[in-house]
Design a binder for this molecule. Structure first.
Ligand code: GLC
Length: 723
């Protein structure tokens, strides 16, 4: 044992984490404990030196602003981190290292598709790989903690933050969230190439009224438990190190003061032993939400509710010690928060390796990281219509590439890209030029729509790359209308009027109203914001090197007026099937069912489904399992991937249950003419739900399984469940 370790036994790495935490906690003054609960933004080694030496700062995040998703900054400097860390570790009384965080949401330097695009892949392994690549790049800059995955479920495309989500369904979001946690953290968070993850925003944020960010949420606990809490539970079960509280209230109680959901459910019922971090000034906003008269009252509510770390409001630093000394807050609550914070720092190895040191390597994109980004971008491409024009045949003649994204760079990153660099992006025009050369490619960037229309005549096919600027999605970026941005539909109409083949590529951070686009184009690809490999991925798919295999992770409503529309739809007294037309309570002026439902996506071949069948009976008893299978045949002349989705409906339960709920999915990669079999093993607990008393239950009775290509189509089979 070194001299330092004998004086500070918590530094002995041979002791257990629990022992190290208790040894250190026992030495801490109240002021030092409060210091650990205080997080600042963009710490400066000189300006903050005194506070660091005084043990008054426990954590810092590097963010470009309170709504950092779309603002760029100078990036994270490992040298600054080490300079600040030295004050904390070498000048403070107890030498507790600072925990540094950054929003590394869908890549660090190698930017991959936005999370909604990653969700379109339905590929758990790929999504885990993307997170692992991001972590390995982020640690080079000294980042030890990221604020991802975001797992808010939403049926509100007007809300800009659906771009950061993993889609609308609990099972898809939950499995991908667990994969992202594993990719960021690995099984050993102290691994030098991994970082702590954070599942956010707990809870119900995706239900913000009107799709307006930061708005109120009116939802009952039963719907929260049967939908919105489930991806968080999946992240907790996967070992996520931290959870971020949401800005919104839930039925009148702001989440930063929601003792029941934070302490009773998250920390109590689920046994979450990690850190609950406030969102940016989330504690301070309790005053604006009208539940706290001032920051002191806000600090009291938040520490009692179970918020362990105050992100940037300063309320804990200013008031927590005095609240304890006055007897209004039990010091045990502060101790609980500090235990969690110290445990996280020990688990991350911060006490053993507090410094970043000289950069261990460059974190610029490499061939390997670009290969990951390219596969992720391929998988994010969802072909939503095609009359056969795609893939473009080698002899397709002259291609006219037009639209605002033809030569785009940073715009193809999408929201929440803080460290990507525009020079790393392969633009569509660059990739098309590399493939076609100059003579077979015309590029008009769409600034001059009349020029763009003219060029259609000079080409054999036009590829129009349109859609949303990334700064129209992400935090604080909600819209009232999910149509294409102003002018784009008119431009597309002009292009299509010439009567030549038109392929439309839509870069977007949200589901958009695409009905008119589907009607005027020969093919439509929804691509989200695909990251550094945008151009190469598009060229690979348009020219057929790779067949599109993404599926919609969110329902695309017919129009803004159709919102909310999702697979969360529960039966009403007048509705029998999901999006059934009929007259009862439906719209007078439009059809109801979405043309682009959850799970929808085409490829360059066709598939024929057999009937869903069981292997070994239809009785599902106790902990038993039933295997169900369905044959799928590739009836086209090209290889392709089918994403076979298994959903279910519980026709009779204590509460109304979704008409369609995804329970599993399987990939079938089939050669032309090949028949494959998708096989699913189901257990009774997969049909568990929270009943009228909000406890989990599995009922005896029928469960109707549906296996098919999307939420609206499939072959049915009834099982009998005997719990
Ligand atoms: C923002 C976001 C949150 C983000 C945090 C730190 O306000 O709501 O998702 O992680 O602040 O940047």
């Amino acid at each position: 044992m070194t001299a330092d370790q004998s004086a500070r036994p918590w530094l002995d790495p041979d002791r257990s984490t629990t022992e190290r935490v208790e040894l250190l906690l026992a030495q801490m003054t109240l002021a030092e404990k409060v210091g650990q609960t205080h997080q600042v933004a963009n710490i400066h080694p000189d300006d903050d030196a005194a506070q660091l030496a005084g043990g008054q700062i426990g954590s810092s995040l590097f963010a470009s602003g309170a709504t950092g998703g779309n603002e760029r900054d100078e990036g994270v400097l490992a040298a600054n981190i080490d300079a600040a860390q030295r004050h904390a570790v070498e000048a403070s009384r107890l030498g507790i290292p600072v925990l540094f965080g950054r929003d590394v949401i869908h890549g660090h330097r190698t930017v991959c598709p936005i999370p909604l695009g990653l969700a379109a892949s339905f590929d758990v392994g790929l999504v885990e790989e993307v997170a692992a690549v991001a972590a390995a790049e982020a640690v080079v800059d000294g980042v030890a903690w990221t604020f991802a995955p975001m797992v808010d479920l939403s049926e509100e495309p007007r809300w800009g933050r659906v771009a950061e989500s993993l889609g609308e369904t609990p099972v898809l979001s939950g499995r991908l969230a667990a994969a992202i946690v594993k990719g960021f953290q690995s099984d050993d968070p102290s691994d030098p190439d991994h970082i702590a993850a954070c599942a956010k925003h707990f809870a119900g944020y995706g239900l913000s009224a009107g799709g307006r960010d930061y708005d109120t949420v009116s939802v009952g606990e039963n719907t929260l438990r049967n939908l919105h809490l489930r991806p968080f539970k999946a992240a907790v079960d996967a070992g996520v190190a931290t959870i971020m509280a949401a800005f919104n209230d839930v039925d009148g109680t702001p989440m930063h003061a929601h003792r029941h959901l934070l302490r009773d459910v998250l920390k109590g019922e689920w046994g979450f032993d990690g850190v609950v971090v406030a969102d940016w000034n989330g504690i301070g906003q309790l005053v604006h939400q009208g539940v706290a008269a001032d920051l002191r009252a806000a600090a009291l509510l938040a520490i009692e509710a179970g918020v362990d770390l105050d992100m940037c409001s300063g309320s804990y630093a200013a008031h927590l010690a005095e609240l304890v000394e006055s007897g209004e807050v039990d010091e045990a609550l502060v101790d609980d928060a500090v235990r969690r914070l110290l445990t996280l720092k020990f688990r991350l190895g911060l006490f053993d390796r507090p410094y970043v040191g000289e950069p261990i390597r460059s974190n610029a994109p490499t061939d390997a990281s670009r290969a990951t980004a390219l596969r992720a971008a391929h998988a994010a491409h969802v072909l939503v219509s095609n009359n056969g024009i795609l893939p473009l045949a080698p002899g397709a003649g002259t291609v006219h590439l037009t639209g605002p994204y033809a030569e785009a760079a940073e715009e193809l990153f999408g929201t929440w890209t803080l460290d990507g660099r525009g020079e790393d992006v392969v633009a569509p025009a660059t990739a098309f030029r590399a493939r076609l050369g100059g003579e077979q490619l015309l590029v008009s960037d769409g600034r001059f729509s009349d020029r763009s229309v003219q060029q259609v005549r000079n080409a054999d096919v036009t590829v129009a790359v349109v859609g949303e600027h990334p700064w129209r999605s992400g935090e604080a970026n909600s819209v009232t209308d999910i149509g294409l941005p102003a002018g784009q539909l008119e431009h597309l109409r002009q292009l299509s009027r010439i009567g030549k083949p038109l392929v439309v590529v839509v870069y977007t951070g949200r589901p958009l109203e695409l009905g008119d686009v589907l009607d005027l184009a020969d093919a439509v690809l929804v691509v989200w914001h695909p990251g550094v490999e945008a151009g190469n991925a598009l060229a690979d798919i348009v020219f057929g090197d790779v067949a599109p295999h993404g599926r919609l992770p969110m329902t695309f409503p017919r129009t803004t007026g159709h919102i909310p529309t999702s697979t969360h739809q529960r039966p009403t007294g007048r509705l029998i099937e999901l999006h059934e037309e009929g007259r009862q309570g439906r719209y007078l002026d439009d059809q109801v069912f979405p043309r682009l439902p959850f799970g929808y996506g085409l490829t360059y071949t066709s598939f024929e489904y057999g009937e869903l069948r069981t292997v070994g009976g239809t009785e599902l008893s106790g902990a038993g399992e039933v295997v169900v299978e369905i044959d799928v045949t590739n009836t086209g002349d090209r290889a392709g991937r089918e994403v076979v989705q298994l959903s279910f409906r519980d026709p009779v339960a204590q509460v109304t249950r979704p008409l369609v709920e995804l329970v599993d999915w399987a990939f079938l990669d089939l050669a032309p003419g090949e028949k494959g079999t998708a096989s699913f093993t189901v257990r009774a607990d997969q049909f568990a739900y929270f009943g009228t008393d909000n406890t989990s239950r599995v009922d005896a009775g029928e469960i109707v399984l549906v296996a098919g290509p999307d939420a609206l189509h499939g072959s049915r089979l009834s099982l009998r469940v005997n719990p």
